[in-house]
Design a protein around this ligand. Sequence first.
Ligand SMILES: Nc1nc2c(ncn2[C@@H]2O[C@H](COP(=O)(O)OP(=O)(O)OP(=O)(O)O)[C@@H](O)[C@H]2O)c(=O)[nH]1
Ligand SMILES: [Mg+2]
Length: 423
Amino acid sequence: MQETDMQPKKVLITGVSQRQTNFDYTMRELGELARADNLEVVGDVRQNIDQANHATYFGKGKVQEIKERAVAEDADFILVNDELSPSQIRNLEKELGMSILDRTQLILEIFASRAKTKEAQLQVAIAEAKYQLPRLHPSENKLDQQGGGGSTNRGAGETQLELDRRLIEKRITKLKGELAKIDQQQLVQRRQRTKNAIPVVALVGYTNAGKSTTLNRILQRLNPDTPEKQVFEKDMLFATLDTSVREIILPNQQKFLLSDTVGFVTKLPHHLIQAFKSTLAEAANADLLIHVVDYSDPNYLDMMQTTQETLEALNIKDIPVIEAYNKADLKPDTRYPEVDGKQIVYSARDEVAIDALIALINKQLFEQYPTHDFLVPYTEGQAVSYLSDRANITKQSYEEDGTLIRAQINPDLLGPVKKFVQK
Ligand SMILES: Nc1nc2c(ncn2[C@@H]2O[C@H](COP(=O)(O)OP(=O)(O)OP(=O)(O)O)[C@@H](O)[C@H]2O)c(=O)[nH]1
Ligand SMILES: [Mg+2]
């Protein structure tokens, strides 16, 4: 949708609490998502009941209230804070005489409008097709509408439905095939990196927490001569949909790869999570995760929980995590940078704080590895460069019979330099 020459469509946001403790928050977030899709929120109707109505999602009285409110506010359609069943959407639309957009469709729309690369576009298209599949309905297709009822007609409608279904299934297979090709290329790249054993650090977290900004500031601090490597950062939901990987060189010459990827949100549609699995493979294969949190947001704890649940749904586990509490500059009476174990309170906008985060990443990457003393003869220069590329060198001196190096190194990489380890 174009902001400039088109009036934004007006929507009424609606939801059923259903024992959700963070219901208020998810409703507010629904409003944010609507704005991210260029919609104007004209009102808010909620129902406090433990279970949604099976047929119409809202209870009867509430449906009436929504109808009146929508007319009064001149709403173009109704936005519902959940993924509705196909029949709930049909029944509600019939009773309200208005179109319904559910939370899943809204998120899919936002993703579709933001997807830039072929991979992201394919992933969104697959999720959209999977969402549509169970929602095909005989009355929506032309054959059924053209006929004037009668049993022969119903038969034709069903055939058309079968046809539509098969078409979408075929489309999904085709899209998946195209995606698999891209994934294959990336797998090769990842394998290559594993072979070179450059550690991978992945930024994960809620959308708008500051992941891309953190990547940009780390890059700027350590590799200032590569401004073209900066990624897109913006104050909007789902600014990033594609994974970007950047090589970072630490002051001790140690390299690591830092990857930035899509952010999470509550009730992220299941099909989208599945479709984005390959994009998030970067995080699944990381040596270290940086969980970036918008510490200035009053709901930061809910956001952290959502991130954890999404990571679990993606089967990303058993990877060490730095909890990075960002935007401390926006939180009154908060001192930063403050480091406590694997936690840091910082601001991506503050250089000193970024340096503290860099130091913490360095420490966490190598803390798990044992320290060795290596004595490398001066004739074995390549062993010194091998170590400076892969190990965390904490001390280096030039002795009579070679370079003495104290370093932490991944045991899997010790092989080629093992003979220089001092007993
Ligand atoms: N004041 C302040 N603003 C920040 C800080 N870090 C990030 N921001 C702002 O927060 C907004 C979102 O930042 P991004 O880096 O795009 O967030 P993200 O986590 O990559 O978001 P998605 O890509 O949407 O998942 C931008 O407007 C940033 O300038 C910070 O430490 N302080
Ligand atoms: Mg981003």
